[in-house]
Design a protein around this ligand. Structure first.
Ligand code: NI
Length: 201
């Protein structure tokens, strides 16, 4: 991802984070993203071709990562680490882990069909769900989660072989879909499991 895109992505997120910073008078430690305007309703299509809505996960925590299956380097590494962290937490706390849904949402719906996603998500974790949709549906959900993306399609290049610049956030969302924290997607499985543990107790 290039630097200006990164700045464009980070700025709104920092604003969202700073809005919650002055509000820490309660005894209970406040979640880093508490009160931030991140997330919202969606209706997308899963890797089995079934319509999935945010409300289908009511009562469950969600780990949400946006990316695309053709991503050559960043997405597969992040997903591997998130999956390893989640798997570690699953081993330590199987019952609590069963109440957490890991979700991958594509920002490349043109190529990431349900069939493509089915192969892809299965390679990372058996419980990882892959979601795609129309370009409009994906734009809407990406906007709601402050995720920016842009396909790089230079004139004259192979129209099927393009890269997509995109922001890199692994969200931990609460049981009502409210934002809780960003997971350290480049951390060790221990660090990721510890962060999941901290906010889902
Ligand atoms: Ni990627």
């Amino acid at each position: 991802m290039n630097k200006s895109l990164f700045a464009a992505i980070t700025a709104p997120l920092l604003v969202a984070l700073s809005l919650t910073a002055c509000n820490s008078s309660t005894a209970k430690p406040e979640a880093p993203l508490e009160g931030a305007r991140i997330g919202g309703p969606f209706a997308l299509t899963d890797q089995n071709g079934k319509t999935v809505k945010d409300t289908d996960f009511a009562g469950k925590f969600r780990i949400i990562y946006f990316g695309y299956s053709y991503c050559p380097d960043v997405c597969p590494v992040d997903l591997q680490k998130i999956a390893a962290g989640f798997a570690r937490f699953e081993k330590q706390q199987p019952e609590r882990a069963s109440q957490i849904q890991p979700i991958f949402i594509t920002i490349d719906p043109e190529r990431d069909t349900p069939q493509v996603l089915k192969q892809y998500v299965g390679a990372f974790h058996p419980r990882l769900i892959g979601l795609t949709g129309t370009p409009e549906q994906i734009k809407q959900v990406a906007d709601a989660y402050l995720v920016m993306y842009k396909a790089q399609k230079p004139a004259g290049a192979d129209p099927k072989a393009y890269l997509v610049d995109h922001s890199r956030q692994a969200y931990l969302m609460g049981k009502k879909g409210e934002p809780i924290a960003l997971l350290p997607y480049d951390g060790t499985p221990e660090a990721i499991a510890a962060e999941i543990d901290k906010w889902t107790a």
